[in-house]
Design a protein around this ligand. Structure first.
Ligand code: PGA
Length: 252
């Protein structure tokens, strides 16, 4: 049986002091569920990564973004070796806010995924359609392109251990979560796309997350779905109490 995954994406929220307070409250619960087949992670701002590593108990840490070059003249960027040194698990790649505000494309996502593979670090590859694309009925076309272009050139071994987050842009931070039916259909579709190109041995290993206005009161219905292995959660991961509530609602 696949493990359940809950990853909090803090975006540009929380100071280091606030991260310490969060870790001090969540640590015990995180340690408790480690034995229960649940993977818990937080993608905080870079400065908070060492804090969560140190104080977060079994909470795994993820960067929200990485640069694909090892080093060089890229002012303001953070490289994979820098993250490796502090022991982070991996990074989100292609979050819709990165695509929307920082011009990330399927091509730059592909470079980042390849760089993470080269360092044997995990990736949570984010895909999802905009409201306009959704209304025009283009969701599957968009997802197929994001998936196939993003994964181009990765080894089958790496793809078979990849985590992909389906996050419809219209559901992020809006309170308008996608229905369980939509989330299930699209997560299933993404696995089909991977199966068609790489075969079932590869596609069956991929973890699918749903993200977009996931809250303590709706997380369970997504995770109960056979096509969905976990959730990527923004707003509701910021308060320790609501993060703990979500853990409790997905515990067996
Ligand atoms: P949200 O964000 O849970 O606040 O909608 C999800 C995400 O951006 O990953």
């Amino acid at each position: 049986m696949k493990r359940k995954i809950l990853i909090g994406n803090w975006k540009m929220n929380k100071t280091m002091q606030q991260a310490i307070e969060f870790a001090n409250v969540v640590r015990e619960k995180a340690n408790e569920v480690e034995k229960k087949n649940i993977i818990l992670g937080i993608a905080p701002g870079y400065l908070c990564l060492p804090i969560l590593k140190k104080l977060g108990g079994s909470l795994l840490t993820f960067a929200q973004n990485v640069h694909y070059e090892e080093k060089g003249a890229f002012t303001g960027e953070v490289s994979i070796p820098m993250l490796e040194e502090i022991g982070v698990m991996g990074s989100l790649v292609g979050h819709s806010e990165r695509r929307q505000y920082f011009n990330e494309t399927n091509n730059t996502c592909n470079l980042k995924l390849k760089a993470l593979e080269a360092h044997q670090m995990n990736a949570v590859y984010c895909v999802g359609e905009t409201l306009k694309e959704y209304e025009e009925g283009k969701t599957k076309d968009v997802l197929k392109k994001q998936v196939l272009q993003g994964l181009e050139g990765l080894s089958e071994d790496y793809i078979s251990n990849l985590t992909i987050a389906y996050e419809p842009v219209w559901s992020i931070g809006t309170g308008k979560n996608a229905s369980k039916e939509i989330a299930s259909e699209m997560c299933g579709y993404i696995i089909e796309v991977i199966k068609e190109k790489y075969g079932e041995d590869v596609s069956s290993g991929v973890y699918m997350l749903y993200g977009g206005s996931v809250k303590p009161n709706n997380i369970k219905e997504y995770l109960d779905d056979e096509n969905i292995d976990g959730a990527l959660v923004g707003g509701a991961s910021l308060e320790a109490s609501s993060f703990i509530e979500m853990i409790e609602s997905i515990e067996e």
